[in-house]
Design a protein around this ligand. Structure first.
Ligand code: PMV
Length: 329
């Protein structure tokens, strides 16, 4: 009862922020993301009657009790479906910095969902896998698919209401993303705590919910019509709207550092010089810059001039999560 899966990270172009139900982890708004080729998590899960508790090894070391419990609670969901009480050893490796706003929980829980599905013979469909992955982390549902992916909120408060669908695969439109890493420190305020604080205290929260449907519809159309200017403009505006919302919580949530702002200004300066690039930022200080294939090299050399960037990762859009190995009965 062992399986190994790979899932790629994703970055939202239309952001999700806020939960409709915390226990089921139902997002308050839909979101649209791109899955990334270069950033991935490889996860091996091994269920055994010789284990006394779940074990979680992350990037070659003990992941610590907090992360172990998060994984263990997630494994409880699949044990419930399978009617099993076996504990598991989970060994997970990210090929990128963990926990600093580079979506490691997204690729991590997507890979774990596939591996557990295979190892426990759950026979879940892709749609059901997105629902399972969502329970680990909202954005993880989107990493089940490659290319352009939409997360649906769903109307009611049931587990099956909210799932991800693929809008187009990674070959449909070969966009590039550059990730400007400005800090490799773990983020201070996790997204769940940040979302809860925002919902409770921000006077802007209702406006955020009200404008979500329009953003999603416009982004879907921009992707289908391959309208890059529209896609970029919408992505930048959704990012700034999400951060405006987070900043308006009490106390305000500031996820950026100085270099984050340097990159944002540099990207806007690029556009003044006819280099078509747009930024987006998640709940951390890294900036992701999206551009078309033909401008990627120019954008990279412009970013290299910006103060405070530690590393630049250039990536294409990536594929569906997949199983790469299995063993057992
Ligand atoms: O997947 P979570 O619950 O950690 O939330 C992710 C939130 C953002 O990355 C900021 C936005 C998004 O849609 O990915």
């Amino acid at each position: 009862m062992e399986a190994i899966a790979i899932a790629h990270a994703n970055i939202a172009l239309i952001k999700y922020w806020g939960k409709r139900d915390e226990a089921l982890n139902l997002p308050a708004v839909g979101s649209i993301s791109v899955t990334l080729e270069q950033l991935f998590t490889k996860t091996k899960v091994h269920f055994s009657d010789r284990l006394q508790q779940d074990v979680f090894v992350l990037n070659g070391g003990d992941a610590g009790e907090k992360q172990r419990l998060r994984v263990s609670r997630f494994l409880d969901l699949s044990r419930e479906i399978a009617g099993s009480s076996l504990f598991a050893e989970v060994v997970s490796d990210n090929n990128f910095p963990t926990g600093a706003g580079l979506a490691s929980s997204a690729s991590g829980f997507a890979a774990l969902s596939l591996a557990v599905n295979k190892a426990m013979h759950l026979a879940l469909s892709r749609k059901e896998l997105t629902i399972l992955a969502r329970r680990g982390s909202g954005s993880a549902a989107r990493s089940i698919y490659g290319g352009f992916v939409e997360m649906k909120t769903g109307g009611n408060k049931t587990n099956a209401a909210s799932y991800a669908v693929q809008i187009a695969d990674e070959t449909f439109w070969p966009l590039k993303m550059l990730i400007a890493v400005t800090s490799d420190a773990e983020k201070k305020i996790g997204s769940t705590n940040g979302m809860n604080a925002t919902e409770k205290t921000s006077p802007y929260y209702s406006g955020w919910l009200a404008s979500s449907g329009k953003d999603l519809a416009e982004m879907r159309a921009a992707i289908k019509g391959k309208n890059f200017e529209k896609l970029g403009t919408l992505a930048e505006s959704s990012c700034l709207k999400m951060h405006g919302l987070a900043l308006s919580a009490d106390p305000g949530l500031i996820y950026w550092n100085g270099a984050t702002l340097n990159v944002m200004h540099a990207v806007r300066e690029m556009r003044k010089n006819n280099i078509q690039a747009y930024f987006t930022v998640d709940a951390g200080p890294q900036v992701k810059v999206i551009c078309e294939e033909s401008t990627a090299v120019t954008v990279k050399s412009e970013l290299e001039k910006v103060d405070g960037i530690k590393e630049i990762i250039l990536t294409s859009l990536g594929p569906d999560a997949k199983i790469i190995g299995e063993e057992g009965n």
